[in-house]
Design a protein around this ligand. Sequence first.
Ligand code: GUN
Length: 281
Amino acid sequence: MVAKILNGKDIALEIREQIRVEVDKQKKMGNIVPGLAVILVGEDPASQVYVRNKKIACQKAGFNDVSIVLSKTTTQAELLAKIDDLNTDASVHGIIVQLPVPEHINTAEIIERIDSEKDVDGFHPYNMGRLATSLPKLAPCTPHGVMTMLDKTGVTIRGLNAVVVGASNIVGVPMALELLNRRATVTICHSATKDLAKKVSEADIVVVGVGIAEMVKGAWIKEGAIVIDVGINRLENGSLVGDVEFDTAKERASWITPVPGGVGPMTIATLLQNTLQAAYK
Ligand code: GUN
């Protein structure tokens, strides 16, 4: 079997256009303009690119965007004070702190300080708890974007075996909860998992988010499985690859996401959806 390509770029553009039209309509009706504040602490080059892309997406959607760039020596107290300001700013409906933050910052405390109604990343324990109790409000963007992509395949998720490789709070854990909420049978694999190849080979849906180039081999993929690759890794020759060995996996999968142009664009489109939801709740 040769897989069909699940093109996140096109799906994301479609969602972004729908949002732009909706914001335009609301503006014409005299309603508020959604506002997103993005905080970047330090100068991590990858984070700078992600933050710039989020800012451009906001502007194209007609949102107000507030970019806050803080030096890498910013203290915990200073960052908390900035969040407090944004929490009480009525023109700001969504707040995100780009991760990772410098090591001296306590990430959990920062995330918990964001007003859960403005937590458009969906990382606050309240929003994670809502997802874990099948009562989602603002759900983490990358996993929720993956669900939007899975729905585009037309495949019924209920009853399928889903294997999530990677157990991060940003991707793996909320991804597993999203799939569980749709009645998939979910296995989460991580660095202590024994015989990963066997686990992956039993999956009807495989979602990989580990940050290791081509770690999941094409030969492990069950014939006809859906393969979702959340990874984006730059090789020494400058090319970008995912966490899945694409060329061999696509010979076995029914659907597969490319890297780049797969899951990546869906994260931003879902962030805009969450911000729209937070603004017009
Ligand atoms: N770093 C990597 N992915 C994300 C994300 O979705 N949100 C934030 N805030 N930081 C990230």
